[in-house]
Structure formats: C-alpha cells, structure tokens
Design a protein around this ligand. Structure first.
Ligand code: ADP
Ligand code: ASP
Ligand code: MG
Length: 430
C-alpha cells in the first residue's frame, strides 16, 4: 500500500471562504494517496459555541440567538463556495437541530457534559463543508464520524483516549478504505464514550486527534497546516525577530509545547515519537514548503527559543505553626494539586513555605485553596507570565529581563524560566 498521510487543518486555515478554497487546493494535490484529513471548527466557532453553552446555563434567552448566528455564518460560507444546492446546508441544519433539542431542555445536567455535546457541533459542521467542497472539486472524499473511531473515558472537556479500542476501530473502519486509496474527511477535537456520549479532548485538541490517528494507523507522516512558516523561535504575534527552526527533535518539540508554545498541542508529540512518525508543521500559505520537520533528530544546534505562557498564578503555601515544610506536607500538597487538576509549571520550597506556579484557572485554584487552607496558609500572586527560554544566551537573558519584575527564576544548563509581571518590552508588538 502507498504511504498513509494524516493532514490536519486548524481553525485559522478555514476561517474564510478563501481559506476553504486554499485548503481544497492543497488537498487536491494529494488525492492519489491514501490520506486522512482532520479538520477543526471554522475560525472562532468553538469560542462562539462556548458562549452558547454559557448563555444556556445563564438562562438569558441568548443561546438560540447565538446558535442561529453561527448557523447563518456557516450558510454564508456554503453559499460563497457554490454549495447552496449540494445538500450541505441540510447537513448543517441537522447538526444545529440536535443542539436546539438540548437548548429546549432545562439546564439540569452537568456543565462539562453539555459543553461537549454542544461545542462538538463546530467540527461536525466544518467537516461537512469540507466534504461537500471536495466533492464539488470532483475528488471522491469519504466523510467519517470520528466518534465511531476515537473512544474515550467520560472526563468531559478533557477526555482520555482508550488506545486499545481506538486502535481496533481505526484498523477496522479506516484502514480498509485507505488501502483502496481513500480520501477520508473527519473531525478533530472530539471523541465518544462507550455509551455514545460525545466528548472533547481539550481546547486546541485537533492536532492531538491527528496524532492519535497517525499512531493507530501507523501512518507514514503527519502534516499540520498552520498560518506560520513552521515552528519559529517565538510566537510571531508577540515578537518581531523570530526565525524558522527547520528541524526539531521530538524531545525539543515536547519541551517547547509543554512550556506553552501554542503552535502544537502538547499531547501531540508522544504518540508520534512512540511510533517514530515524522511531523511536518507546514504553512498553508506556501504549500510547497516543508515547514519544520519534527522527528528523531540528533545533534541539532538550536537557536534561543522563547515560550511565553500567560495567565499564571503563584501560590505561596506555608505551615500555620512555623513548622518546616516536610516531605509529608509536600506529598499532601501534590495530592491536592493533582486532585484539582492544577498544572505545576515551577516550584520552590523554603523552610516554612512552598511556592508553586500554576496555570490560572480560577475555579480550580479556589477549590484547591478551600481544601488546603484546613492545614496551611496561602497567598496568591495573579496575572503573571511564565517565560521559558531554551538554549539561552546571556545577552538574550539580559534583554528579556529589562523593565520586568521577576518574581521567581530558575536557571538550568539549557533552560531559564522566570515568572514575571506582564512585560512591556520594547521588542513586543502592541
Ligand atoms: P490552528 O488552530 O489553525 O491549527 P494555532 O492558532 O493553534 O493554529 O497555532 C498557530 C499559531 O501558533 C500561530 O499563529 C502563532 O501565533 C502561534 N505560535 C506560538 N508559538 C509559536 C512558535 N514558536 N512558532 C510558530 N507559531 C507559534
Ligand atoms: N476547535 C477546537 C478549538 O478551537 C479544537 C481545535 O481547533 O483544535 O479548541
Ligand atoms: Mg486551533
């Protein structure tokens, strides 16, 4: 069989009619190969659907109005692509009707469960539009409901994949079609429990979906098409002087994404590394470019790479009676951090205090503090940034520190991390 490729197109690539046309053009260059295309919701649709969920629970009468706006926006794209009579609108209508049924009920169910049932509509709709668009280009796409393949537990909004069942499903349901050279269109971000309840894999999870399918199908390569030339030395939305890193090891990519480089979802690399599948991060604006290749590469001399993770919180935890923070205290603190799903980005202990830098997720921090205050005192610094510089130079470090209040810093041989008050650096874009 010829090589299996997995492509992933994110929201930015299908944010407009021209975006859709461009995606269609890229795919048409590969229709002679077996290929799975994973697609995200259009542009900012996921955010818009999140606000439908909020309005539904707020019972403010806005949920259906907003859902209708989302539907009309999809219809506009369908019309502009010349798909008005193709059956595509009916498909979008049906997906929205299912959401309306939920909105007709009283909001008595769990928020996270309802969130997944509603927000998943974004990927269901975008995948239908891409399917009909490719049909209109005379390709022969097949549309696959990914919920029949990716099976997860019922941790709604952050579902964990059941790898065994998912692999069996992928091998049974997708591989035979791919062996016949199929072009399969499917949804990123979503999965299903064994009870047929829709789940989501966490925001920006479509990269991860593509990696799951790559792993389960033993794909030859995975390609994520982005609005950047590849992986860069920093986020171009924050810094002017960034350059492309043409080659990255799995390890370097994992470190970057773990610290918060938004270009790839952090869970993406592991499944690919485990099967040694190369990942190409490619510009959808320049489809002939290889972009950045991420693989089992050694001996690369990396330039300094800056990763900024906003919305950080420092929690200072100290004993109430001036006793030392001992190992059994740390063990109890970590049990609570895990219980409340707070991601630890940095930490430090002194004689009577322990400080931890976590992502600022207010409701989780509150639940954590409520419980830990039984035994400890806590103090919080909020609205902070975590700056990670890999392969730092002394000059760059000096530069990054200018005009900043540094609350916490750690220096290893190849990585510096600092927690700072938001930066107004002269290098920053406004
Ligand atoms: P999509 O959702 O369309 O797949 P994302 O918006 O999630 O794409 O990811 C692309 C964005 O990642 C870029 O527009 C860029 O602002 C951001 N980004 C952050 N860090 C980096 C980096 N080191 N290299 C490239 N892009 C980065
Ligand atoms: N549409 C989802 C989101 O915006 C998943 C993704 O785009 O990767 O989070
Ligand atoms: Mg995205």
């Amino acid at each position: 069989m010829s090589e299996i490729k997995i492509f992933k197109f994110g929201g930015a690539s299908v944010g407009s009619v021209d975006g859709f046309r461009n995606v269609g053009k890229i795919i048409m260059q590969f229709t002679d190969k077996p290929i799975v295309i994973v697609i995200s919701a259009l542009g900012k649709t996921t955010n818009a659907l999140e606000s439908v969920v909020k309005d539904y629970f707020a019972v403010n009468g806005q949920a259906k109005v907003k859902l209708n706006e989302i539907k009309e926006h999809h219809y506009t794209i369908i019309d502009a692509l010349g798909l008005g009579e193709s059956g595509c609108k009916e498909a979008i209508h049906d997906i929205c009707v299912e959401v309306e049924w939920i909105l007709d009920d009283e909001p008595n169910q769990e928020y996270d469960f309802i969130y997944d049932q509603i927000v998943s509509a974004g990927e269901m709709m975008s995948s239908k539009i891409l399917y009909y668009h490719l049909k209109s280009l005379n390709a022969h796409p097949e549309w696959q409901d990914i919920r029949d393949v990716i099976i997860t537990d019922n941790t709604f909004r952050d579902a964990r994949v059941d790898w065994n069942t998912t692999t069996v499903n992928a091998q049974n349901k997708l591989l035979p079609q791919l062996q016949n050279g199929a072009l399969i269109i499917t949804q990123g971000f979503i999965g299903s429990t064994t009870e047929n309840e829709t789940t989501t894999l966490g925001r920006e999870g479509s990269d991860y979906t593509a990696a799951i399918l790559s792993y389960c199908l033993n794909a030859n390569s995975m390609h994520i098409w982005k609005d950047v030339p590849g992986v860069l030395t920093g986020d171009p939305k924050l810094f002017d002087e960034v350059t492309k890193i043409p080659r990255l090891s799995y390890r370097e990519a994992t470190e970057m994404t773990y610290y918060g480089a938004k270009v790839i979802h952090p869970k993406t690399i592991k499944p690919l590394q485990n099967k040694q599948i190369p990942l190409y991060v490619r510009p959808f604006g320049e489809p002939t470019s290889e972009g950045t290749i991420i693989a089992d590469l050694q001996d690369i001399a990396y330039p300094p790479i800056i990763v900024i993770e906003p919305q950080q919180c420092l929690i200072h935890i100290s004993t109430r009676d001036f006793s030392f923070v001992a190992e059994h205290h740390l063990s109890a603190i970590f049990a609570l951090l895990a219980k409340h799903r707070l991601k630890v980005n940095m930490m430090r202990n002194t004689a009577i205090s322990f400080t931890v830098c976590v992502n600022q997720v207010p409701e989780r921090i509150k639940r954590f503090e409520d419980e830990i205050q039984i035994d400890f005192k806590t103090l919080r610094d909020e609205e902070l940034e975590l700056i990670t510089i890999r392969h730092y130079s002394i000059d760059l470090l000096k530069d990054m520190k200018k005009n900043k209040l540094i609350l916490f810093e750690e220096k290893l041989s190849d990585t510096v991390q600092m927690v700072v008050k938001p930066i107004q650096s002269m290098k920053r874009k406004h």
